[in-house]
Ligand binder design. Structure first.
Ligand SMILES: [Zn+2]
Length: 342
C-alpha cells in the first residue's frame, strides 16, 4: 500500500504483482474453504502417508477434509537406525499406537511392512531385520510389503528387495514399491523386471512415486501406478490432473506421502478439488482418490470398506495400553474450527 506507482523508480516486477492481485480469482488463488465446497461429501483413501511424523492437527484436518482411511508404509525415519530394537519399536507402533491414534480421529489406519531401501545398505542390520519381519507382516491391518525397492540402486538394495518379494509371495500380500528419485526411469524399469522375474503378478504390485516419464510403461505392463503429490521433489497436482486427463483413471492412484519433510497431508482432497475444477468426472476422481487403492491393497484380505465407508464413531476417551491421546482434563473433540481454545 505504501508503494507509489507513479514514481519513475517503481519496480516493474512489483508492479506486475499488484496487477495480478487485482485480477479476477483463478483456480490458483481459490481459498481452501471454497475447495472444501467442491469436494463436499467425497471420501478419500490415502494409500501412502507417514503419520508417525505428523501431528494431531494433521489428523483433524484430514478427517475434516474427508479422508476416511490411510496406509502408512514402513520407511526410513530420517536418520539411520542403530539397532534392531528401533526397528521393532517402529514396526510395533505401526500396528499399535499409531493405528490407535488414527482411530481416535475417525480415520482407519492400515500399514505396509518392510525394510526400506536406504537401510538395506546396512547389511548387518538388514539381516537381522529380515529375521523379524515375518513376526509383523501377518498382523491385523498389514496390507502389503512396503515400501521397498531401490534408492541408490546398489547390490544390497537389490538383494533385500528380492528377499522381500519372496516374503510377499509367501504371505500373499501386495507389494508397494518405492521408486528412486535419482535415475527414476531406470530404477522403475528394474523394479518391475525383478518383480516379474520373481513370478509376481503385476496386479499385486503398486509402483509408487511415478511421473510423466514412467507412467506409460508401468500401466502397459499391468502394474498399479501411484503418484505422490509432493511439493518440489515429486509431482505437483496440476501435473497430476494432466496425467489423469491423458491416461484415464484406471489403475492410477494418488497419495500424499506426507512425512517429516515439507509435505501436505491434504494433497488428496486438494487434488480432487482441482480435478473437479478441470472437469474430470466424479467417477474418475473417486477411482484415483479412493477405489483403486482399496482394490489394490484389498488383495491382502485386510480391508473391509464397511469399517470406514460411512465413517465410524470416535471415542477419544478410549485408551491404548492405558494411554489416551487426551491430556489431563481435556474434552475429546475432533473439530478444529473454533478460535476458542478450551
Ligand atoms: Zn514414503
Amino acid at each position: 500500500m505504501c508503494i507509489n506507482h507513479n514514481e519513475t523508480t517503481t519496480n516493474p516486477s512489483h508492479f506486475e504483482e499488484s496487477e495480478q492481485a487485482a485480477a479476477p480469482a483463478t483456480h490458483q488463488d481459490i481459498a481452501w474453504n471454497d475447495y472444501r465446497e467442491l469436494i463436499k461429501g467425497m471420501r478419500f483413501f490415502d494409500p501412502h502417508i507417514h503419520m508417525v511424523s505428523r501431528t494431531t492437527d494433521d489428523y483433524q484436518a484430514m478427517h475434516q477434509a474427508g479422508i476416511v482411511a490411510l496406509i502408512e508404509p514402513a520407511f526410513w525415519v530420517g536418520q539411520p537406525r542403530t539397532g534392531l530394537s528401533s526397528f521393532k519399536d517402529y514396526y510395533s507402533s505401526l500396528v499399535g499406537w499409531e493405528r490407535f491414534r488414527s482411530s481416535q480421529f475417525g480415520i482407519k489406519h492400515y500399514c505396509t511392512m518392510g525394510l526400506n531401501s536406504r537401510e538395506a545398505n546396512n547389511e548387518q542390520l538388514a539381516e537381522q531385520v529380515m529375521e523379524i519381519l515375518p513376526l509383523y507382516i501377518y498382523k491385523e491391518g498389514v496390507v502389503g510389503i512396503g515400501e521397498i525397492g531401490f534408492d541408490d540402486q546398489t547390490a544390497a538394495e537389490e538383494k533385500y528387495y528380492r528377499l522381500q518379494l519372496e516374503l510377499a509371495k509367501e504371505a500373499r500380500l501386495p507389494v508397494q514399491i518405492h521408486t528412486p528419485h535419482r535415475d527414476k526411469k531406470k530404477g522403475t524399469e528394474r523394479s518391475m523386471a525383478i518383480a516379474i522375474e520373481h513370478g509376481i503378478d503385476p496386479s499385486w504390485v503398486i509402483v509408487d512415486h511415478n511421473n510423466e516419464e514412467t507412467v506409460k510403461s508401468v500401466l502397459d505392463k499391468g502394474f498399479w501406478a501411484a503418484f505422490t503429490i509432493y511439493p518440489f521433489t515429486k509431482m505437483g497436482n496440476e501435473r497430476m490432473v494432466k496425467v489423469v486427463e491423458q491416461y484415464g483413471p484406471e489403475r492410477i492412484m494418488i497419495n500424499s506421502a506426507a512425512d517429516w519433510g515439507i509435505s501436505d497431508p491434504l494433497a488428496i482432497p486438494k487434488t480432487a478439488a482441482l480435478m473437479k475444477m478441470r472437469g474430470i468426472s466424479d467417477e474418475a476422481i473417486k477411482l484415483v482418490t479412493y477405489t483403486n487403492a482399496i482394490e489394490a491393497f484389498g488383495k491382502s484380505g485386510q480391508i473391509d470398506v464397511a469399517d470406514f465407508e460411512s465413517g465410524f464413531s470416535i471415542d477419544q476417551s478410549e485408551k491404548f495400553y492405558g494411554n489416551s491421546i487426551l491430556r489431563g482434563g481435556q474434552q475429546p473433540s475432533p473439530v478444529k474450527e473454533s478460535i476458542l481454545i478450551r
